[in-house]
Design a protein around this ligand. Structure first.
Ligand code: SF4
Length: 426
């Protein structure tokens, strides 16, 4: 799917997205042509179309994937299923252990857009990061495209200037992005430029052949509070800006990945800077995590940062799980992390003043005033959880929090007109 002036997704795809997102078809077409919206959809696979970017709802990605230490494809399947059931819009397979193509096929069997990070498999094929050469990396990229992956994280912006910044302005945590670290190791050991930077035109040719979205990776994502203001990240932003503009001129759909660990008061200007540099390319964020000391609750730190990021223009949030920094996530971590990200995305939609998101809030307020529990459950982001908590205690019209001293009921019975009361019951 190459977005030139002569080539937009076919009309039926535009119709579906226009309806799902409550956005006029002409406006949607303009946003796609301007590179502000992407539709990750490899022609090889069939799944409902999904738009990411300006004017559309904030989307949520969930990462699954094995490691060498814990390689259980059945567990990864269960995690992917839980993510989608709980509202994830896309999945990324970050596997680094076991039969990588087989695990990828399993993740690709879900009917949502799927992303991968080809450098991970390139490292496995080569044996280690320093032995990855350009041919291996481009071959893996081609293979993933052929198999139907819809978007690829590509750390194209990690070039020698970025490496120099790491030396000139060192960071406490060095490099914490796995893909970023692989590229740094490969470039330093081989004394060569990152092929994804130096051969970006060739990369774009491969992507355009398969209609795959480039997700320009954040290799210099800060790994702690202190590192958010260091130089390497900013140099990489400048590179990503150039690459985003270059890809767009070639008709290659792309989005940008962003930080990482970041104090809350720095999120706004970082997001706006990336947006400006990339001509408003769709922005995909991990977190950002607004504190380093939430271990076990990083999904909450990430949701707070994600909501603020959306306020400033972020479009796509990557789930952070409670096991972030600690271990490979299990199913329950995925459920909790997905839900926290879905909540942040909804807050983002509210901050963007989306009428559908605001309408749901208004209906919830009404249902709470009416003490209409069934409506409240149905309007909640996670109905079954709400229903189960309310159902723990026997009760009639109110809930067990205040029981017969229910403030809502007391004041409503005092002040509501008979007509309103009658209306409530109808
Ligand atoms: S009992 Fe208390 S918490 Fe429950 S609905 Fe009434 S006012 Fe709200």
């Amino acid at each position: 799917m190459v977005y030139t002036r002569d080539y937009l997704p076919d009309s039926s795809v535009l119709n579906i997205i226009s309806k799902n997102e409550s956005i006029e078809k002409e406006k949607l077409s303009r946003l796609i042509l301007d590179g502000r919206v992407v539709i990750p959809h490899n022609a090889v696979r069939d799944h409902p179309p999904l738009a990411i970017g300006e004017g559309t709802r904030v989307k949520v990605n969930v990462n699954v994937g094995t490691s060498q230490d814990l390689c259980d494809p059945a567990l990864e399947h269960e995690k992917a299923e839980s993510a989608v059931t709980n509202g994830a819009h896309t999945l990324m397979d970050l596997s680094t252990g076991g039969d990588l193509p087989a695990i990828r096929r399993m993740v690709l069997s879900f009917t949502v857009p799927v992303g991968t990070v080809p450098i991970y498999e390139a490292v496995r094929r080569a044996g280690n990061a320093i032995d990855v050469d350009a041919d291996t990396l481009f071959q893996v990229i081609r293979d993933h495209c052929k198999e139907g992956v819809d978007f690829l994280t590509l750390h194209c912006g990690v070039n020698h200037e970025v490496l120099q910044s790491l030396h000139l302005d060192p960071r406490r945590m060095g490099v914490v992005s796995r893909g970023g670290a692989f590229h740094v190791a490969m470039m330093a050991a081989r004394e060569e430029e990152n092929p994804l930077w130096s051969e970006f035109d060739y990369l774009c040719e491969i992507l355009s052949e398969y209609g795959v979205v480039a997700s320009l990776g954040d290799g210099m994502r800060p790994g702690c509070y202190e590192d958010a203001v260091r130089e390497a990240k900013t140099v990489e932003y400048l590179n990503l800006g150039r690459l985003a503009r270059s890809a767009h001129e070639k008709g290659i759909p792309r989005m940008i990945e962003g930080p990482g660990h970041m104090p809350l008061d720095q999120i706004g200007y970082n997001v706006r800077m990336i947006k400006e540099l990339t001509r408003n390319a769709p922005l995909y964020l991990l977190g950002p995590l607004v504190t380093d000391i939430a271990a076990g609750y990083d999904h909450i730190a990430g949701a707070i940062g994600g909501a603020i990021a959306c306020r400033n223009g972020a479009n796509f949030l990557c789930m952070v799980s409670p096991s972030e920094h600690l271990a490979l996530p299990r199913v329950n971590d995925i459920i909790e992390g997905t839900r926290a990200a879905i909540l942040a995305a909804h807050i983002g939609d509210l901050l963007a003043k989306r009428p559908d998101a605001i309408g749901r809030e208004i209906l919830m307020g009404k249902a709470r005033h009416d003490l209409d529990w069934e409506k409240q459950f149905n309007l909640a982001l996670f109905p079954e959880t709400a229903r189960a908590i309310h159902g723990r205690d026997p009760g009639d019209e109110t809930c067990s929090m205040c029981g017969d001293l229910c403030a809502v009921k007391m004041v409503r019975d005092l002040f509501d007109s008979p007509d309103e009361k009658k209306g409530e019951k109808s």
